[in-house]
Write a protein that binds this ligand. Structure first.
Ligand code: PMP
Length: 433
């Protein structure tokens, strides 16, 4: 690897979490996994000597670990604006959280999504789910959802009495089985933000519930379930400056308490008898957390949530938006680079940009950035194949270029990213043309 001139120190205001990193390596791949915050590493280091089982021991170490785990649940719930009757369930990541909710749906639930979702919010849903086309604007998304839910209600109303669900829908007056709307808060491909509060309002007007996949939104902006009036939220700790292995599903307790346990096993039971099926499952988060829990993951995630609560998130957001504008302006000035986007260029976004280099294979460009410039970005279709393919076709049509590659590149910024890093990426791409 060619040695590079040293980067200037990170300005203190860039990164109140003190994210860890490797000097000389430019990480512009926060959307895949963000670096670990010092607060998370410290919380883990502090607890390690106390390492003992959670919910399963009477010793002082075990009691402290149980307390730390339940405090972590409280901290994460508070950070996300959980309501008193919400459950905060620790999962492995967003994929796990969405799959958990998919298994907890009352019988006959129809799920409505958009084709622009990450696979984690497309594939877990049952057959018969409705997948709406990618809308051309946030307002069009709201209109499309309104129309689709209205249509579902008309169909339900015309049917025979609906199967009784295991738990009541949000509004029991709604005819027919429950409906869940599942949308992202911010796209992992374009960074574009979805109008979550408006979509929630529409969903509730039609007596549907709404899940927000906050994997990409939560690292960039405060997310408050109660304020947004969102029913369920899923996120991954490893995109929120915590280590791998802990995520969360937060939301309404009734469906979750009525559903079969996500995993069957120890910790999820109230009573187990001698007969094969003599089991009473517990209610509460433990119902879906069978097996010894990931204490360190939960505590690390909670430490980040606490640190972000203390941070000036408006200032962080403003700084990120300045860097994002710098990156997009830099890319727009390169005639051989075409950005991928769903909405108009000025639509609100988090610090994620996907693009292609005309005439160049995206995997080769990514490898070149890594080896010649120590810049880490992602290439591919970003686990959102329907959306990425559509946006690649749209980019070809918009740019009039016939030499765009079949996969894309993605640069994503986060805490600690600097203008110097952004400029290095743009300069490296300029030289690739
Ligand atoms: N949703 C979105 C919007 C994502 O960006 C990702 C990760 N790329 C996921 C869900 C899945 O997250 P995980 O791999 O941590 O389960």
């Amino acid at each position: 690897l060619r040695p590079l001139p040293a980067l200037p120190d990170r300005p203190a205001d860039a990164d109140p979490l003190g994210v860890l990193g490797v000097p000389g390596q430019i990480n512009l791949d926060h959307a895949a996994s963000a670096p670990c915050a010092r607060a998370a590493a410290d919380a883990v280091a502090e607890l390690l000597p106390w390492y003992a089982s959670v919910h399963r021991g009477a010793g002082a170490l075990s009691r402290r670990c149980t307390l730390a785990y339940e405090r972590a649940r409280q901290t994460v719930g508070d950070f996300l604006g959980a309501r008193a009757d919400d459950h905060v369930i620790f999962t492995r990541n967003t994929t796990d959280a969405v799959n958990l909710l998919a298994r907890a749906l009352p019988a006959g639930t129809t799920v409505v999504t958009f084709a622009g979702e990450h696979h984690a919010n497309l594939l877990p849903w049952p057959r018969g789910s409705v997948r709406l086309p990618v809308p051309e604007s946030p307002a069009a998304a709201v209109r499309a959802l309104d129309a689709a839910l209205g249509e579902l209600r008309r169909v339900d109303a015309g049917n025979e009495p609906a199967p009784r669900s295991a738990a009541p829908a949000t509004n029991p007056a709604r005819p027919g089985p429950p409906v869940l709307v599942a949308v992202t808060g911010a796209s992992n491909v374009t960074g574009e933000r979805w109008p979550v509060a408006e979509l929630a309002r529409v969903a509730h007007r039609h007596s549907a519930r709404i899940l927000v996949d906050a994997a990409q939104l939560a690292p960039h902006a405060p997310v408050d379930l109660a304020a947004l009036d969102v029913d369920y939220l899923a996120l991954s700790g490893h995109k929120l400056y915590a280590p791998f292995g802990a995520g969360v599903l937060v939301g309404r307790s009734d469906w979750l308490d009525a559903a079969p346990p996500y995993l069957a096993g120890g910790g999820a039971t109230g009573h187990v008898g001698a007969a094969t099926h003599d089991v009473r499952w517990t209610t509460g988060p433990a119902r879906h957390e069978a097996g010894t829990p990931n204490l360190l993951g939960a505590v690390a995630l909670a430490a980040v949530c606490a640190a972000l609560t203390e941070a000036d998130r408006d200032a962080l957001h403003a700084r990120e938006q300045r860097l994002l504008a710098r990156l997009r302006e830099g890319l727009a000035a390169l005639p051989h680079v075409v950005e991928l986007r769903t909405f108009a260029p000025e639509a609100p976004r988090v610090g994620i940009v996907s693009f292609v280099v005309a005439g160049r294979d995206s995997a080769e460009v990514a490898a070149h950035l890594a080896t010649a410039h120590q810049i880490g970005v992602r290439d591919g279709l970003f686990c959102a194949h329907p959306l990425a393919r559509r946006l690649l076709a749209e980019a070809a049509a918009r740019s009039g270029r016939r030499d765009l590659p079949p996969t894309a590149l993605r640069a994503s910024i986060g805490l600690g990213s600097t203008a110097e890093e952004v400029d290095r990426l743009v300069a490296a791409l300029a030289a690739v043309g």
